[in-house]
Design a protein around this ligand. Sequence first.
Ligand SMILES: [Zn+2]
Length: 216
Amino acid sequence: MTAQLPAENMSADQAIAALSTQSQPRVSEAEMRQAVRTLLIGLGEDPDREGLLDTPKRVVKALKFLTSGYNQSLDELLNGAVFHENTNEMVLVRDIDLFSSCEHHILPILGRAHVAYIPNGKVIGLSKVARICEMYGRRLQVQERLTAQIADALQGLLNPQGVAVIIEATHMCMVMRGVQKPGSWTVTSAMKGVFAEDARTRDEFMSLIHHRPAFH
Ligand SMILES: [Zn+2]
Protein backbone atom coordinates (compact mmCIF):
# COMPACT_ATOMS: atom_id res chain seq x y z
CA MET A 1 0.00 0.00 0.00
CA THR A 2 1.35 3.41 -0.93
CA ALA A 3 1.30 5.99 1.83
CA GLN A 4 -0.50 9.11 0.76
CA LEU A 5 -0.40 12.62 2.02
CA PRO A 6 -3.71 13.72 3.54
CA ALA A 7 -5.68 15.67 0.94
CA GLU A 8 -5.85 19.40 1.52
CA ASN A 9 -9.62 19.50 1.76
CA MET A 10 -9.71 17.01 4.65
CA SER A 11 -10.71 18.14 8.11
CA ALA A 12 -8.07 17.81 10.82
CA ASP A 13 -9.82 14.72 12.18
CA GLN A 14 -9.98 13.09 8.76
CA ALA A 15 -6.33 13.84 8.18
CA ILE A 16 -5.43 12.27 11.52
CA ALA A 17 -7.59 9.24 10.70
CA ALA A 18 -5.78 8.90 7.37
CA LEU A 19 -2.41 9.14 9.09
CA SER A 20 -3.43 6.55 11.66
CA THR A 21 -4.18 3.96 9.02
CA GLN A 22 -0.97 4.45 7.07
CA SER A 23 1.05 1.30 6.92
CA GLN A 24 4.33 2.95 6.02
CA PRO A 25 6.00 6.06 7.37
CA ARG A 26 6.56 8.68 4.72
CA VAL A 27 10.16 9.29 5.73
CA SER A 28 12.91 6.98 6.77
CA GLU A 29 14.33 6.63 10.25
CA ALA A 30 17.60 8.13 8.95
CA GLU A 31 15.78 11.21 7.64
CA MET A 32 14.07 11.64 11.00
CA ARG A 33 17.39 11.45 12.83
CA GLN A 34 18.91 13.91 10.39
CA ALA A 35 16.06 16.32 11.15
CA VAL A 36 16.80 16.15 14.89
CA ARG A 37 20.48 16.72 14.15
CA THR A 38 19.52 19.81 12.13
CA LEU A 39 17.41 21.06 15.05
CA LEU A 40 20.37 20.67 17.40
CA ILE A 41 22.61 22.66 15.06
CA GLY A 42 19.89 25.31 14.78
CA LEU A 43 19.84 25.57 18.56
CA GLY A 44 23.55 26.35 18.53
CA GLU A 45 24.59 22.90 19.73
CA ASP A 46 27.34 20.66 18.49
CA PRO A 47 25.58 17.40 17.59
CA ASP A 48 28.94 15.65 17.47
CA ARG A 49 29.84 16.22 21.09
CA GLU A 50 29.78 13.11 23.21
CA GLY A 51 26.56 13.76 25.13
CA LEU A 52 24.57 14.44 21.97
CA LEU A 53 25.94 11.73 19.70
CA ASP A 54 22.99 9.39 20.25
CA THR A 55 20.43 12.10 20.85
CA PRO A 56 18.88 12.06 17.36
CA LYS A 57 18.36 8.30 17.67
CA ARG A 58 16.88 8.65 21.17
CA VAL A 59 14.61 11.55 20.25
CA VAL A 60 13.18 9.69 17.26
CA LYS A 61 12.62 6.58 19.37
CA ALA A 62 10.94 8.60 22.13
CA LEU A 63 8.71 10.50 19.71
CA LYS A 64 7.68 7.28 17.98
CA PHE A 65 6.71 5.81 21.34
CA LEU A 66 4.82 8.94 22.39
CA THR A 67 2.83 8.82 19.15
CA SER A 68 2.45 5.03 18.97
CA GLY A 69 -1.30 5.45 19.49
CA TYR A 70 -1.54 6.23 15.77
CA ASN A 71 -0.70 2.61 15.04
CA GLN A 72 -3.29 1.14 17.37
CA SER A 73 -6.93 0.51 16.73
CA LEU A 74 -9.80 0.09 19.17
CA ASP A 75 -10.45 -3.43 17.87
CA GLU A 76 -6.92 -4.56 18.49
CA LEU A 77 -6.80 -2.86 21.88
CA LEU A 78 -10.06 -4.35 23.14
CA ASN A 79 -9.29 -7.82 21.88
CA GLY A 80 -12.91 -8.87 22.36
CA ALA A 81 -13.19 -7.61 25.96
CA VAL A 82 -16.79 -6.42 25.53
CA PHE A 83 -19.25 -8.35 27.72
CA HIS A 84 -23.02 -8.57 27.93
CA GLU A 85 -24.21 -7.51 31.36
CA ASN A 86 -27.60 -6.33 32.54
CA THR A 87 -26.69 -3.45 34.79
CA ASN A 88 -27.93 0.10 34.77
CA GLU A 89 -25.49 1.43 37.32
CA MET A 90 -22.79 3.94 36.56
CA VAL A 91 -19.33 2.53 35.91
CA LEU A 92 -16.66 5.07 36.82
CA VAL A 93 -12.91 4.78 36.38
CA ARG A 94 -11.33 7.85 37.88
CA ASP A 95 -7.83 9.25 38.34
CA ILE A 96 -6.45 7.60 35.22
CA ASP A 97 -2.96 9.02 34.71
CA LEU A 98 -2.74 10.55 31.28
CA PHE A 99 0.32 11.52 29.27
CA SER A 100 -0.03 13.15 25.91
CA SER A 101 1.79 15.62 23.65
CA CYS A 102 0.36 18.89 22.45
CA GLU A 103 0.19 19.15 18.70
CA HIS A 104 1.25 22.79 18.66
CA HIS A 105 4.60 22.40 20.42
CA ILE A 106 5.14 18.63 20.82
CA LEU A 107 5.51 19.23 24.55
CA PRO A 108 3.94 17.09 27.27
CA ILE A 109 0.40 17.30 28.49
CA LEU A 110 0.20 15.66 31.94
CA GLY A 111 -3.06 14.99 33.64
CA ARG A 112 -5.78 12.72 34.82
CA ALA A 113 -8.91 11.42 33.20
CA HIS A 114 -12.17 10.42 34.82
CA VAL A 115 -14.35 8.26 32.63
CA ALA A 116 -17.87 7.05 33.36
CA TYR A 117 -20.63 5.34 31.45
CA ILE A 118 -24.03 3.89 32.19
CA PRO A 119 -24.32 0.56 30.38
CA ASN A 120 -27.10 -0.43 28.08
CA GLY A 121 -26.49 -4.19 28.03
CA LYS A 122 -22.74 -4.10 27.37
CA VAL A 123 -19.66 -3.40 29.50
CA ILE A 124 -15.92 -3.48 28.82
CA GLY A 125 -13.07 -4.61 31.01
CA LEU A 126 -12.14 -1.79 33.40
CA SER A 127 -8.50 -1.83 32.38
CA LYS A 128 -9.60 -1.22 28.79
CA VAL A 129 -10.96 2.18 29.77
CA ALA A 130 -7.46 3.20 30.80
CA ARG A 131 -6.02 1.64 27.63
CA ILE A 132 -8.38 3.68 25.46
CA CYS A 133 -7.20 6.87 27.22
CA GLU A 134 -3.60 5.77 26.66
CA MET A 135 -4.13 5.06 22.96
CA TYR A 136 -5.55 8.50 22.23
CA GLY A 137 -3.03 10.11 24.60
CA ARG A 138 -0.17 8.68 22.56
CA ARG A 139 -0.90 10.95 19.63
CA LEU A 140 -0.33 14.62 19.00
CA GLN A 141 -3.34 16.18 20.65
CA VAL A 142 -5.30 19.12 21.83
CA GLN A 143 -7.00 18.37 25.13
CA GLU A 144 -10.47 19.05 23.76
CA ARG A 145 -10.11 16.47 20.98
CA LEU A 146 -8.55 13.90 23.29
CA THR A 147 -11.55 14.24 25.61
CA ALA A 148 -14.04 13.90 22.77
CA GLN A 149 -12.25 10.91 21.22
CA ILE A 150 -12.38 8.93 24.47
CA ALA A 151 -16.11 9.69 24.83
CA ASP A 152 -16.80 8.84 21.16
CA ALA A 153 -14.89 5.57 21.46
CA LEU A 154 -16.98 4.37 24.41
CA GLN A 155 -20.16 5.57 22.75
CA GLY A 156 -19.32 3.65 19.57
CA LEU A 157 -18.20 0.48 21.36
CA LEU A 158 -20.98 0.12 23.91
CA ASN A 159 -23.85 2.32 22.78
CA PRO A 160 -24.41 3.04 26.49
CA GLN A 161 -27.12 5.19 28.05
CA GLY A 162 -24.51 7.86 28.56
CA VAL A 163 -20.79 8.63 28.68
CA ALA A 164 -18.93 11.26 30.70
CA VAL A 165 -15.27 12.13 30.34
CA ILE A 166 -13.41 14.81 32.26
CA ILE A 167 -9.74 15.51 31.77
CA GLU A 168 -7.75 17.75 34.09
CA ALA A 169 -4.32 18.47 32.66
CA THR A 170 -1.39 20.79 32.75
CA HIS A 171 0.36 21.73 29.52
CA MET A 172 4.13 22.08 29.56
CA CYS A 173 3.89 24.55 26.68
CA MET A 174 2.07 26.89 29.09
CA VAL A 175 4.11 26.04 32.16
CA MET A 176 7.64 26.12 30.70
CA ARG A 177 7.19 28.75 27.97
CA GLY A 178 4.55 31.19 26.74
CA VAL A 179 2.56 32.48 29.70
CA GLN A 180 4.71 30.41 32.13
CA LYS A 181 1.98 29.64 34.58
CA PRO A 182 2.95 26.64 36.70
CA GLY A 183 0.00 25.28 38.57
CA SER A 184 -2.54 26.19 35.90
CA TRP A 185 -4.84 23.37 34.94
CA THR A 186 -7.13 22.98 31.99
CA VAL A 187 -10.33 21.05 32.48
CA THR A 188 -12.29 19.67 29.54
CA SER A 189 -15.39 17.55 29.52
CA ALA A 190 -17.48 15.55 27.10
CA MET A 191 -20.97 14.49 28.18
CA LYS A 192 -23.20 12.23 26.12
CA GLY A 193 -26.63 10.70 26.54
CA VAL A 194 -28.03 10.84 30.07
CA PHE A 195 -24.99 12.73 31.33
CA ALA A 196 -25.81 15.53 28.89
CA GLU A 197 -29.58 15.38 29.42
CA ASP A 198 -29.98 14.73 33.13
CA ALA A 199 -28.44 17.14 35.67
CA ARG A 200 -28.82 14.63 38.51
CA THR A 201 -26.77 11.98 36.72
CA ARG A 202 -24.14 14.55 35.88
CA ASP A 203 -24.07 15.77 39.50
CA GLU A 204 -23.64 12.21 40.74
CA PHE A 205 -20.65 11.79 38.43
CA MET A 206 -19.16 15.11 39.58
CA SER A 207 -19.56 14.25 43.27
CA LEU A 208 -18.04 10.78 42.73
CA ILE A 209 -14.94 12.17 41.05
CA HIS A 210 -14.41 14.66 43.89
CA HIS A 211 -15.02 12.14 46.66
CA ARG A 212 -11.90 11.08 48.58
CA PRO A 213 -11.90 7.33 49.11
CA ALA A 214 -11.34 6.28 52.73
CA PHE A 215 -8.30 4.17 51.77
CA HIS A 216 -6.41 7.08 50.15
ZN1 LIG B 1 1.25 23.46 23.16
